[in-house]
Design a protein around this ligand. Sequence first.
Ligand SMILES: [Mn+2]
Length: 394
Amino acid sequence: MKILIPENSFVLILSEKLCEGESFAQKFFSESEIFSISDNKRDIMDFIAQRIEENLLTVICLPPDSLLLTQLLQIGKERYIKPVSFIFRYKNGCESSSINVQLSQVYSDFKSIKKTFKLFGYTFNYVFNSLKESKRINQVIRKPIETNKKYDTGPFDIIGDVHGCSDELNELLANLGYQLEAIPFDFINYGWKVHHNKGRKVIFLGDIVDRGPKIKEVLNLVMSMVLNGVAYCIAGNHDEKLLRYLKGRNVKVRYGLEQSVEQLKNESKEYKKRIIDFLDHLPFHLVMDDGKLIITHAGIKERMIGKLGDEVKEFCLYGGDPEGDNPIKVPRTRWNEEYHGKSLIVYGHLTVKEPVLLNNTIDIDTGCVIGNKLTALRYPEMEIKQNSSHTNVS
Ligand SMILES: [Mn+2]
């Protein structure tokens, strides 16, 4: 049996006899990734915490000790990562054990371990009741996580909230040196062939839909570029809400969603299915250029970078609490005032007159849809390119 785990997993292996978990770990992970609680150094918790922050796969073998487990789960929780757990619930015994005897004897009850998991809102992932059961696993595959695009070093042209401003987008792309060729429509190219002579790629910061006059046109161009590898796009709160609407969820049609609904109402089922599929696969943030560049729609906390999960998703979409579902309202606390990381964070969502730089973060949503301008940040050059809006729906 093969199992799939995210490449940055926080793996907890609990076994009555530590060697049981250790020998399982050694089969699937490298020595440098495995930490046994017998390495009972004072700073091991700090070390584990640091690895998690760096998104390094970390495997911890420990006895069923609730206190220790609580400490580890807390470290994970504070860093927005859910553990992948392997529970060995049998006592076959094994030859050598590096276990700290005191610890292993303190708790032997897996029931209390289960409770501890539950307190954090987790359940066990893999439970083995015999050696035979654990031997069924013969491969652990590391699944790349969708936020990890560290290998792509650019150069990029990062574009702020488009909101259906198709004319301005096409003009800006042309100004940035992209060749846009209109071709017959199909579900592969969506009517466009886009190319840049110097191999540059666009990154859309989300909120490509709602409010503006040409939402379908923007969707077609962005889908074409993303599906053909000329662009990346992350989800904004408006994209996510349109997705929920198209999926038939109960969504209030307001704050600009009415424009998307109106402009897409006569489209075919098949076309809408393609939009759903596209929006459904948008990541909520991206880690690019060896971790030097972070892309998010509304914001991100340093510890969230590279992590998945609902809390991270909400933060990336809204830059804080969702504030009801009013996407226009300014968040209560500005996350970037507290950001002191080395990576550059590029975001949009909060409309500003000119790009705003603060603590290595830059907001480039310059309100094209309300008559101001559409902004691109060239990376790594850090040059701004803009064009004036012909749209004003405010
Ligand atoms: Mn937004």
